[in-house]
Design a protein around this ligand. Structure first.
Ligand code: URA
Length: 247
C-alpha cells in the first residue's frame, strides 16, 4: 500500500494533484500556495444602505457590553425567531476566542444541531481539510461560527428575517474575537456580512471589508462537496487569505 503524505492529501483534496515538480523545487504545497495567481487587493467599503436589516433582539447598547459568558447565555436562551422552536439546541460557535482567523458558515445542519458545534458533518470534514491546507487547525487561532445559530428546518436557507434577528449575535462575537481576517463560506454568509446581495462568483477572488477587517468570500464546503470542480477556486481564495495575513 502506498503511503500518501499530508501535502499530497491536501493537494488531492483541492483537485490540484498531481503537480509536475522539478527536482530541487519547493514541496508541492509550497509551490501551489505561491504559484496561484492572486487578484489585486481591492478593499471595498461596506455600503451604507445595507440591504440586510439587522433586527437586534436586545438593544444595541446592551449588546455592545456583553462579555463571552453573557453572550453565550443570551444566545442559548434566545427565542427571537421561529427557528428555535424547530431545533434541538443553539449552536453558538467554536474555537479560539482570540483567533486571528474567523470562518463563518450559514447555519447548523442535522449533525451540528445534534452536537451543538458548527461544521461537524461531511462539510465540516472538508472545512477541516481546507484549514489543514493552509496549516491551520480548528480551535487553534481559528474560530468557526455561523450566520444563524439554530438549524433551519430541512436545512433550508435561513430567511431574511431569521438572519436579521440572529446577525447581531455574530456581530458581537466578531467584536469580542477581533479577528485579523474573516472568511465567509458561501452566499448566505457573504450576503449577511457584506449587507448586500450579489452572486458568489462576483464576490470571490478579491478582498472585501467587514468593519475594517479584511473579508474573503469563498465557496461553502457543502457546495464544494457537490461541485468538486470548484475546489481549485476555493484553494485560490485560501491562498489570497494567507497572502493577506502575511501582509
Ligand atoms: N453548514 C454550515 O453553514 N454551518 C455548519 O455549521 C454546518 C454546515
Amino acid at each position: 500500500m502506498r503511503i500518501v503524505n499530508r501535502e499530497e492529501a491536501v493537494l488531492r483534496e483541492f483537485n490540484l494533484y498531481p503537480l509536475w515538480q522539478r527536482r530541487g523545487e519547493p514541496a508541492p504545497i509550497e509551490a501551489a500556495s505561491t504559484a496561484v495567481p492572486v487578484v489585486v487587493k481591492v478593499i471595498e467599503p461596506i455600503t451604507a444602505d445595507n440591504s440586510i436589516t439587522v433586527r437586534p433582539s436586545v438593544p444595541q447598547s446592551e449588546l455592545a457590553n456583553l462579555d463571552w459568558p453573557e453572550l453565550k447565555s443570551m444566545v442559548r436562551n434566545c427565542t427571537a425567531c421561529k427557528l428555535r422552536a424547530g431545533c434541538t439546541q443553539t449552536v453558538f460557535g467554536v474555537g479560539d476566542e482570540k483567533a486571528r482567523w474567523l470562518f463563518v458558515g450559514e447555519g447548523p445542519g442535522a449533525d451540528e444541531d445534534a452536537k451543538g458545534e458548527p461544521f461537524v458533518g461531511q462539510a465540516g470534514k472538508l472545512l477541516d481539510n481546507m484549514l489543514m491546507a493552509i496549516k491551520l487547525k480548528r480551535g487553534t487561532d481559528v474560530y468557526i461560527g455561523n450566520i444563524v445559530k439554530c438549524r433551519p428546518p430541512g436545512n433550508r436557507t435561513p430567511e431574511a428575517d431569521e438572519i436579521a434577528t440572529c446577525l447581531p449575535w455574530l456581530r458581537r462575537q466578531i467584536e469580542l474575537i477581533r479577528p485579523k481576517i474573516i472568511l465567509a463560506l458561501g452566499k448566505t454568509a457573504a450576503t449577511a456580512l457584506l449587507g448586500r446581495d450579489a452572486t458568489l462568483a462576483s464576490l470571490r477572488g478579491r478582498l472585501h471589508d467587514y468593519q475594517g477587517i479584511p473579508l474573503i468570500i469563498t465557496y461553502h464546503p457543502a457546495y464544494l462537496l457537490r461541485t468538486p470542480a470548484d475546489k481549485s477556486k476555493a484553494w485560490q481564495d485560501l491562498c489570497l487569505a494567507v497572502k493577506t495575513m502575511e501582509g
